[in-house]
Write a protein that binds this ligand. Structure first.
Ligand SMILES: Cc1ncc(COP(=O)(O)O)c(C=O)c1O
Length: 397
């Protein structure tokens, strides 16, 4: 038998050429090596909350997993009580009605849902409107589906909102999805209700699916939730919303979120998902019900912790001539750096010289050049140490 020439075979798909490894996955490896060599790193890079979930949520997970009947495969829609809990939260917090039977699909974290929705919706050549900077999975999901991203710059002078009027008509007519995320990662910006109204009108005008990523709508410093897109009249016909307990309830490692809406794309999404996973671990969903039913006071107290951290970090920058927009929500500061620096060089050098890790702006898109992102995910005492190191290095540089 002829020997197969292995050089003619590439085992990596062409699709993957468009997707380099996720930044934080590579950073984890770099930091593990530094730790093995005895370095202690303060990580203010990834958006993973440091505070625990409410104790009742942890107890529910423990108790539910004692029941031998909770360990089997679950339906892709999860138990009705779980969907009812999400619907209940939407009603209580946003006064939005969602039918638990038809409009809520459990996700193993919204990253999964954001990626898969694009595989369910986008064909090669379809245009996807992606803000720049952005949560990276909007772009990666588009690229791996073979879609064509059209980037919408988020500029400080426009309060980090995309200018929907500047999208050429020919592009808008071809676009299938518009991604929105307010409160915003990485910029920390919030959007006024009128912007959501404008986006919904855009969706109707051009028949574009508006994908609203609501990850931070309950992480706000004035203790009022921001906007669910479904609060806009006519939104349900053109929009879906991603929501997650990762940030609102400190449950990032649990992988628990939801896709909400009545748009027909939910059926395609469910069909795709049913071919991919085998449902969510039941005790996680049961503990999710406990989280979704928590008193709002718990979230508000936690939000005040982030606010204090935000103010502390900002106080360290007060003598620097930086125009930092003060975020009223989310867990990030989006900080401009001196023009002589590339943002990746800046964060690499900072890590090497001070053992503090922050995120370079460019991992969120080209418009992130000139910025770094600091996550407020450490107690005040550690943040103080990190900021002293950052400021000392920056000041001497
Ligand atoms: C805007 C935004 N959307 C989605 C996610 C993903 O969250 P999840 O943990 O639900 O996958 C993140 C995580 O950082 C995020 O910042």
């Amino acid at each position: 038998m002829d020997k197969i020439d292995n050089n003619l075979k590439s085992y990596s798909s062409k699709r993957l050429e468009k997707a380099p490894p996720y930044f934080f996955s590579e950073l984890d490896q770099i930091i593990s090596k530094l730790k093995e060599n005895g370095k202690e790193i303060i990580r203010l890079d990834i958006g993973s909350p440091d505070l625990p979930p409410h104790h009742s949520v942890i107890e529910k997970l423990y108790n539910a997993s004692q029941d031998p009947n909770t360990h089997g495969y679950q339906s892709h829609l999860g138990p009705k009580a779980y969907r009812q809990a999400w619907a209940g939260m939407y009603k209580k917090v946003f006064n939005v009605d969602l039918d638990p039977d038809k409009s809520l699909i459990p996700l193993t974290g919204t990253k999964e849902g954001i990626f898969h929705l694009q595989q369910a919706c986008i064909d090669p050549g379809d245009v996807v409107l992606v803000p720049d900077p952005h949560y990276p999975t909007y772009l990666r999901g588009t690229q791996i589906a073979g879609g064509t991203p059209y980037l919408l710059p988020l500029k400080p002078e426009n309060n980090f909102l995309p200018d929907l009027d500047a999208i050429p008509t020919a592009i808008a007519e071809k676009a299938k999805i518009l991604w929105l995320n307010y409160p915003n990662n990485p910029t920390g910006a919030s959007a006024p209700f009128s912007f959501f109204e404008k986006a919904v009108a855009f969706g109707h005008k051009y028949n574009v699916l508006i994908c609203s990523d609501a990850a931070y709508t309950q992480v706000t410093f004035n203790n009022k939730p921001t906007t669910s897109i479904f609060q806009v009249s006519g939104a349900k016909e053109v929009a879906v919303e991603f929501n997650t307990l990762s940030k609102s309830h400190n449950m990032a490692g649990w992988r628990i979120g939801v896709l909400a809406g009545t748009h027909p794309i939910l059926d395609s999404f469910l069909s795709l998902k049913s071919n991919i996973d085998s449902g969510q671990f039941l005790p996680i969903m049961q503990a999710g019900i406990t989280a979704l039913n928590l008193d709002i006071d718990w979230l508000q107290e936690r939000n005040q912790v982030y606010k204090k951290r935000r103010d502390l970090v900002l106080s360290y920058f007060k003598d620097f001539d930086l125009s930092i927009q003060i975020p009223e929500a989310a867990i990030y500061l989006w900080v401009p750096i001196p023009p002589k620096w590339k943002s990746k060089d800046f964060t690499n050098e900072l890590l090497n010289k001070t053992a503090v890790s922050i995120a370079p702006g460019t991992i969120f898109g080209d418009q992130g050049e000139g910025y770094v992102r600091i996550t407020l995910n450490k107690p005040i005492a550690i943040l103080e140490i990190a900021m002293q190191k950052i400021i000392k290095w920056w000041g001497n540089d």
